[in-house]
Design a protein. Structure first.
Length: 116
C-alpha cells in the first residue's frame, strides 16, 4: 500500500518532489484549522509540518494511521511529544536545515556593519 503524507504547512516544492520521487502520495493542504485537520488526519501515515500546525494529544486521537510527524525546522515545541510517543508516532525534525541560510545572513550582517 502506498504511504500517504499530509503537508499541512507551506513547504518548498522541492520537499513535495522528494516525497513523490520515493513513491509517497502527497496532499498539500496548508492553513487547515484544527477541526479540519482532525477530520482528515486519520487518512495519513505521515504529517509534514512547520511551526503553524500544532500536533496536540487531541489531534493525535484522530490520527489512527499516523506513524511519523516530520517538522521542517529546528524545534518540536508545537508537537505533544509524550502523546505522540504513547501512540507510537515517531517525531523528527531538521535541526540543520537552516544552517547555510543562517550563515549567509550572518555574513551579510557583517558586511553591513563593515560598510558603516
Amino acid at each position: 500500500m502506498t504511504p500517504r503524507v499530509l503537508i499541512s504547512d507551506k513547504l518548498s516544492p522541492a520537499a513535495v518532489a522528494i516525497f513523490k520521487e520515493r513513491g509517497v502520495e502527497v496532499d498539500v493542504k496548508p492553513g487547515l484549522d484544527k477541526d479540519e485537520l482532525a477530520k482528515i488526519i486519520g487518512d495519513y501515515d505521515g504529517l509534514a509540518i512547520r511551526s503553524a500546525t500544532k500536533v496536540t494529544a487531541k489531534l493525535l486521537e484522530s490520527a489512527t494511521k499516523l506513524k511519523v510527524v516530520g517538522r521542517a525546522g529546528i524545534g518540536v515545541d508545537n508537537v505533544d511529544i509524550p502523546a505522540a510517543t504513547a501512540k507510537g508516532v515517531i517525531v523528527m525534525n531538521t535541526p540543520f536545515g537552516n544552517s547555510i541560510t543562517t550563515a549567509e545572513h550572518a555574513i551579510a550582517l557583517m558586511f553591513a556593519l563593515a560598510r558603516q
